[in-house]
Design a binder for this molecule. Structure first.
Ligand code: ATP
Ligand code: MG
Length: 295
């Protein structure tokens, strides 16, 4: 009896000291009540560096003190239960939260030596450099050609019609859509299939020469074949861009990303190598989520 009590006391003491628990399989895990981020938020070559980001919608504290890097040529997956703040965090990265009345963002997001929240930053070029692909494909009610040419025209990227043709063709090739649409460029973008529309939207994002591409559940409206094409594309795009993708599919996160960040009720709970997060999570909340006990 007394031996058991000693063991229990030892465990309680350890929990207090390390804010963690050691399980019977010998693996140390961080307890559910810990909210500081576990894992490596920083990378060697960050393309974007976020420091202590907080977001409020009125009084609602939607993102709490999140620090996270997005690396060069990496796909970073953001996962977590509905309402945990994935879209909110993603929108901070190109100041899309500016468009939401009552939304307040604090903290620092460094890109090319400047804070994207600085008043000196013009959001129009910022949103070209940090492009966004949404959940539902949203082509403009224009031709396939015009869907791509629209952005480069606004940003003055083509000096003559030949240059514009080249941008349109290159963007469609990079998005893996050229072969399917090259003979119907004058037809409406909205006439394409859902998967083609999503690749058109990716081509549109690429056309304005971004460095970073943000994707908010880009495959949730697509069938498995279209999803596979977009996932393949994401992997190819990594050669030239940094990508942050929100997904509800853990299989997708495992397939396309190198790093994974797990969010829970506005906190960044754990971040690390994708394989480690899915096979050997360190935080109990991450483990609950990936094993289907939560969300
Ligand atoms: N425009 C808004 N006004 C007020 N509250 C908002 C707004 N957008 C999001 N929220 C709140 O902020 C929190 C985070 O929402 P967010 O949309 O970022 O979550 P999410 O992780 O993307 O969820 P989902 O997986 O369902 O897309 C939620 O509690 C949500 O209700
Ligand atoms: Mg969302």
């Amino acid at each position: 009896m007394s031996t058991v009590m000693v063991a229990d006391e030892a465990e309680v003491t350890e929990k207090r000291e390390t804010k963690g628990t050691t399980r019977r399989d010998g693996r140390a895990t961080v307890s559910r009540d810990v909210r500081e981020t576990v894992g490596e938020m920083r990378v060697e070559e960050p393309r974007m560096r976020c420091d202590e980001i907080n977001v409020w919608y009125g009084n609602k504290h939607a993102i709490r003190n999140v620090s996270l890097d997005i690396g060069k040529n990496e796909v970073l997956a953001m996962i977590g239960p509905s309402g945990c703040g994935k879209s909110t965090f993603l929108r901070c990265l190109n100041r899309m939260n500016d468009t939401i009345v009552g939304c307040r963002v604090t903290g620092r997001i460094m890109l090319d030596g400047e804070d994207v929240n600085s008043p000196r930053i013009d959001v129009v070029p910022l949103r070209a450099q940090v492009g966004m692909v949404f959940q539902k494909p949203n082509p403009f009610p224009k031709s396939i050609y015009e869907n791509i040419a629209f952005g480069p025209r606004i940003h003055g990227l083509a000096h003559n019609p030949q240059e514009m043709d080249e941008i349109v063709e290159t963007s469609l090739i990079k998005a893996g859509l050229w072969e399917e649409v090259k003979d119907r460029l004058d037809q409406p973008g909205t006439g394409l299939s859902g998967g083609q529309q999503q690749r058109l939207c990716i081509a549109r994002t690429i056309a304005v020469s971004p460095d970073i591409i943000l994707m908010d559940e880009p495959c949730s409206a697509l069938d498995p074949i279209a999803t596979a094409k977009v996932e393949e594309l994401i992997d190819e795009l990594r050669q030239n861009y940094s990508i942050a993708i929100v997904t509800h599919s853990m299989q997708q996160a495992a397939r396309v990303s190198q790093r994974t960040a797990y969010f829970h009720l506005g906190d960044l709970i754990e971040v690390g190598d994708t394989k480690q997060i899915f096979t050997n999570p360190r935080h109990e909340l991450t483990e609950d989520y990936i094993t289907g006990r939560f969300g």
